[in-house]
Design a protein. Sequence first.
Length: 215
Amino acid sequence: MPDPPPPRRLVLTITFAALLAFAEAWRALLSAGASAHLDAWASTNVARLSTEPILPLFVSPFVARDHQIVWLALVALGMGMVEARWGWARTLALAVAAHVGGTVMSEGIVWWRVEHGRLPESARHQLDVGVSYIAVSMLTAAVIVGTSTTLRIVAGIALVVIAPDITSGLTGLEVAAVGHVTACVLTGIVTTCSVVRTKRMPDESRRTADTYGVS
């Protein structure tokens, strides 16, 4: 029997958390005008995505305007748990899917409502930045696929605590609320399907999937 692989190093989690911390520290040094300009440039609103759809999607998670330390801690907790189970590649794919999915759904609704006269034209330009879609996605996935029962409970409690804030405005189809719910639902579907698929595997294949994160 071959020796088991060494424990996974949380390369993605450490790198992402470090980049987020660096971005927050750098933003704190900017003037109010420069900070506002960065927010507007990185915003994934309808106006920006209509003219430059790629760069804002990559930059916006690193432009946190509120509760920066809290979101950093939540991302590190959730992403670390998922990466420990799935490895960096699948964790990154899930994070990107949740961020892009939450953005497309929430801003797509804004676009439709503006086009049909339900919202003013200014709604195309509202700020939409931050790492929260990724954070709630990682916490959701951690609850489902995390290997530590204690940490899964912690992740679940964190979701319950922030739920009133991240879903505020959902009945009015506000951007942040729609994005958060979309990220959670998308993540829940993907991770649950993965768990079900893994459980249907033969025992040996299941052990291999759990070991290498390839279910």
